[in-house]
Design a protein around this ligand. Structure first.
Ligand SMILES: Cc1cc2nc3c(=O)[nH]c(=O)nc-3n(C[C@H](O)[C@H](O)[C@H](O)COP(=O)(O)OP(=O)(O)OC[C@H]3O[C@@H](n4cnc5c(N)ncnc54)[C@H](O)[C@@H]3O)c2cc1C
Length: 409
């Protein structure tokens, strides 16, 4: 049953949100209480928005009534950032799917509800793709990808949302809109939000005045780091609008809402080769990663024996996986190039780099698109596969950790 401010909220929202998209009954709120994480909070109100005007209205109405609001994209987050016991605003993917690609496909402008994999399909004819590539890219929305600073198997830190962002359209809790791609919007924001800007610049000065903080931030963000706000924005940029734009990346919906996102695209090389390299144990596999650093390796994913066991019966998996001893560990390695000759040279370089590292089988690369897709889809599905194998009553630790490569083994 709705009480107090939530009753008023429903009344106010129903002025522009149709009844079938403004849900507060027990069944719907229970159903939307879970995302892909292992947490559950049952929202009091679920509101599905179809466009920027609706989203802005919901945000402002909640703000006026001092009611907490959480945004949900595709709901594939693993750490509880897409659930709430207050108001859940859902970005309906089928409505927020407008996009434009500039002439040379070097940038792409996207509505937040577009699915990442779909955007890569639009870019494929130009041999381009977006930088971030979470394993969930065929489900995750662009808004969720940026808000989580999601990165994946080949984006590393150089091609993540933070480093490939080309601009944002942002709605703040009071309804103010800032379009960082529009010089006039930037000027207006600076002129109308002087106190906000001064406070932000004072935080920046505070950081810059402490060399030990600057050093710590630099060190933390040399690694893949998505814990907390992207504090590197405070030292990487001087212009307050650029700082705000980059603080949005990884802010998990807590700073403002993104209603448009522009990315610089990255090359999607046509020539690809993948190898599942098996090492006798995990330490040897980790040591091999250090050797691979000097080679052109676009992605390297480690799979321990438990992970391999979870996928050994999947289609197109090599039969020898079932025979491996309990310590065996695999590295799934991909190398990409603009042409065949470069690809062959890169494959040879990888083989040479690993020549004196003990391996269970000789290194073999495949360029067969079907096999490559099968191997990587297995890696992408590893998390659900491992979860499915776990003992009843246990859960899965999903937090990522990052260490310098030289310390990995
Ligand atoms: C099988 C599986 C594999 C995964 N692999 C990876 C991986 O390799 N790398 C990785 O980083 N993550 C991974 N994830 C986690 C997750 O899929 C990604 O982080 C993804 O980017 C979340 O997108 P989403 O649309 O589901 O966002 P949601 O989970 O719906 O939301 C994510 C966050 O973004 C906020 N948000 C959403 N839209 C907006 C918006 N328009 N404006 C402001 N805030 C917004 C939400 O409030 C929330 O805090 C994986 C998840 C699964 C289930």
């Amino acid at each position: 049953m709705l009480i107090g401010n939530y009753k008023i909220l429903i009344k106010q929202l129903s002025r522009i949100i149709p009844e079938e998209r403004l849900l507060h009954d027990d069944l719907n709120t229970l159903a939307f209480g879970a995302d892909a994480s292992f947490y559950r909070l049952i929202p009091k109100v679920v509101v599905k928005v179809h466009n920027e005007d609706e989203a802005r209205f919901v945000i402002m109405t909640c703000n006026n009534l001092k009611i907490p609001l959480t945004v949900r994209g595709a709901g594939t987050s693993l750490s509880g950032q897409g659930i709430t016991d207050s108001v859940l605003m859902i970005i309906v993917s089928s409505e927020w799917r407008h996009y434009t690609i500039n002439d040379d496909a070097s940038t792409v402008n996207l509505q937040p509800g577009l699915i990442g994999g779909k955007v890569n399909q639009f870019l494929q004819p130009y041999r381009k793709k977006i930088g971030p590539d979470p394993a969930s890219i065929n489900s995750a929305q662009i808004g969720g990808i940026v808000a989580n600073n999601a990165s994946g198997m080949s984006s590393g830190i150089m091609n993540n949302s933070y480093h490939t962002l080309a601009g944002l359209r942002i709605i703040f809790s009071d309804g103010t809109i800032l379009d960082t791609r529009d010089p006039e919007s930037r000027r207006n924001f600076l002129a109308s939000q002087k106190e906000f800007i001064n406070r932000l610049l004072s935080i920046r000065r505070n950081v810059l005045n402490r060399p030990e903080w600057v050093e710590k931030i630099k060190r933390k963000y040399r690694l893949k780091n998505t814990t907390g706000y992207g504090l590197n924005a405070l030292i990487d940029f001087e212009d307050p609008i650029d700082i705000i734009e980059h603080l949005m990346v990884g802010s998990e919906g807590t700073l403002a809402f993104m209603s448009e996102i522009s990315f610089r695209t990255v090359d999607d090389f046509p020539q690809k080769a993948t190898s599942l390299i098996i090492f006798p144990d995990i330490e040897t596999a980790c040591g091999a990663i250090t050797k691979l650093r000097s080679c052109k390796v676009n992605a390297a994913e480690l799979m321990d024996r438990a992970s391999l066991r979870a996928v050994e019966n999947k289609p197109l998996m090599p039969a020898y996986l079932k025979e491996l001893n309990p310590a065996a560990t695999a590295l799934l390695v991909e190398t990409r190039a603009a042409d065949r000759k470069s690809l062959e040279r890169q494959i040879q370089e990888i083989k040479d780099a690993l020549s004196d590292v003990p391996k269970v089988r000789p290194v073999e690369f495949t360029t067969d698109a079907r096999e490559i897709t099968a191997l990587w889809s297995v890696r992408k599905g590893l998390f659900p596969s491992v979860c499915a194998e776990r003992k009843k009553g246990t859960t899965v630790v999903i937090e990522d950790i990052a260490v310098p490569v030289e310390n990995l083994a």
